[in-house]
Design a protein around this ligand. Structure first.
Ligand code: URP
Ligand code: ZN
Ligand code: ZN
Length: 471
């Protein structure tokens, strides 16, 4: 089957060019001026931008937390992603007390039948011993080339510094990139206990008990451990100015360190946690201050930060009240579980559908970020860092035909109905956006046409990743 996308403006990280794009089956075959192919179905992209499908390297689907589960799975999360122009996502495998291979196999069994876009996995390492040390070098054979470790969530996910060092050392020798969730778990535990004892349970105390300095210190610690372990490092969900400074410091000292931020940290502050519905903004690490936002934008603009991801981990605001999803009532326990006690409110936010349209409106339309840098931050760099490139993350001959046809002048009042997340709220409800995908292709197949969903469970595939690049 051939599709010819004609008269569009092709945008990649490197170039902007008026060109036609010929897709044969799942692959891009030609990009050129005035292609003709009588066998091809023509898609007229006049007035549209032709972008590579977005790559979101940080999502949590069906993640068990605080007695519930994140509300999107590989079908619903992939569908929402596709409506927002993203065609590949990387989810995390929690480390249950079985072998790493078994953990990955179980997650594949859960995700494969549901996947509606292409996907891959990172492996969480929240327990480290001799057996895990022996198993880690085998992960690339399973297509998993990145790990996540935590310096917070004591007693649950946190690894001690020595174990993080050992994980990184094995990773450095075996083409595994270590991603670090950098907060200070000890300080958080003390502050949380003190807050609860003082009856300070409102959502704002979530931010106040997770100080920004803990992230500054933990991100420098992560960079120093990576340097000593001869390992690359990727800092996840950066949200603090000092953390960006530490990343810049590490890079200046030739440590192979990279990092991401997420849209919610660019657009919301801890003031949002003070709203009556502040629970909607509870995630870890928390929202910060305007000065932090300023430094994050600067980091995106000057290249210190390489990736804009989402940390998509949606929960219902009121999981007692069903929503209608694909014609059926769905209710999944969510933020209401915490009541007014911030320590019991599931941590996480919806965002996978919002990332590209919200960022386009506020980064590209404002002139802060060029369309090429937009593609680089949201598709090309994540694909390169996580070993998906050039199959994913760009428009090139031989690449997968993952394509978003983007209407730059399309205006919308954004919110829940546009996002298609399987939850009952959207952080950007009522925001006026300009620029939106109008057709989305996954490996040559049209899966989103306007507001029509043409994708299906099982239409997405696990992508076996290679070793990534250090940018
Ligand atoms: O609040 C968040 N971010 N939930 C997901 C887990 C994590 O640490 O990324
Ligand atoms: Zn994290
Ligand atoms: Zn996360």
């Amino acid at each position: 089957m051939k599709t010819l996308i004609k008269n569009g403006t092709v945008i990649t990280a490197e170039m902007t060019r008026k060109a036609d794009l010929l897709v044969e089956d799942e692959t891009i075959r030609r990009i050129d001026g005035n292609i003709d192919d009588p066998e091809a179905k023509i898609v007229d992209a006049s007035g549209l931008l032709v972008l590579p499908g977005g790559v979101d390297p940080h999502v949590h689907l069906e993640l068990p937390m605080f007695g519930t589960i994140s509300a999107d799975d590989h079908y619903t999360g992939g569908k929402a992603a596709a409506f927002g122009g993203t065609t590949t996502m990387i989810d995390f495998v929690s480390q249950e007390p079985v072998s790493l291979a078994e953990n990955i196999a179980r997650h594949r069994a859960m995700a494969d039948p549901k996947a509606s876009i292409d996907y891959s996995f990172h492996m969480n390492i929240s327990r480290f011993d001799e057996q895990v040390a022996e198993e880690l070098p085998d992960l690339p054979r399973m297509g998993v080339t990145s790990l996540k470790v935590f310096t917070a969530y004591n007693g649950r996910l946190r690894l001690d510094d020595g174990s993080i060092f050992k994980v990184m050392r094995i990773g450095g020798k075996n083409n595994l990139l270590t991603m670090v969730h950098a907060e200070n778990g000890d300080v958080i535990d003390i502050l949380v206990a003190e807050a609860l004892a003082a009856g300070k349970t409102a959502p704002i105390h979530h931010a106040r008990t997770r100080p920004a300095w803990g992230e500054v210190e933990a991100s420098l610690r992560a960079a120093a451990l990576a340097a000593q372990a001869d390992s690359p490092l990727y800092l996840v969900h950066m949200n603090v100015a000092g953390e960006v400074d530490q990343l810049a410091y590490a890079r200046k000292h030739a440590i192979p360190a990279m990092g991401e931020t997420c849209p919610h940290y660019l657009f919301f502050t801890e003031e949002d946690l003070k709203r009556p519905d502040g629970a909607k903004w509870i995630c870890s690490p928390p929202m910060r201050k305007p000065a932090d936002q300023h430094r994050l934008w600067q980091g995106l603009e000057d290249g210190t930060i390489q990736v804009l991801a989402t940390d998509h981990c949606p929960f219902f605001y009121n999981g007692r009240k069903p929503i209608i999803y694909e014609g059926r009532e769905v209710a999944i326990p969510g933020k209401e579980l915490g009541g007014e006690n911030f320590t019991l409110i599931p941590n996480g936010l919806p965002g996978i559908a919002d990332r590209l349209p919200v960022f386009w409106t506020h980064a590209v339309n404002t002139g802060r970020i060029s369309p090429n840098r937009f593609v680089e931050l949201t598709a090309t760099n994540p694909a390169r860092i996580f070993g998906l490139y050039p199959k994913k993350g760009t428009l090139a001959v031989g690449s997968d035909a993952d394509i978003a046809l983007w209407e730059p002048e399309k205006e919308l009042d954004y919110g829940l109905a546009w996002a298609h997340h399987r939850t009952d709220y959207n952080l950007y409800e009522g925001w006026k956006l300009r620029g939106y995908p109008v057709k989305v292709f996954l490996r040559g197949k049209l899966i989103v046409d306007g507001q029509e969903w043409l994708g299906k469970a099982g239409g997405g595939r696990f992508v076996h990743r290679q070793a990534g690049e250090i940018l």
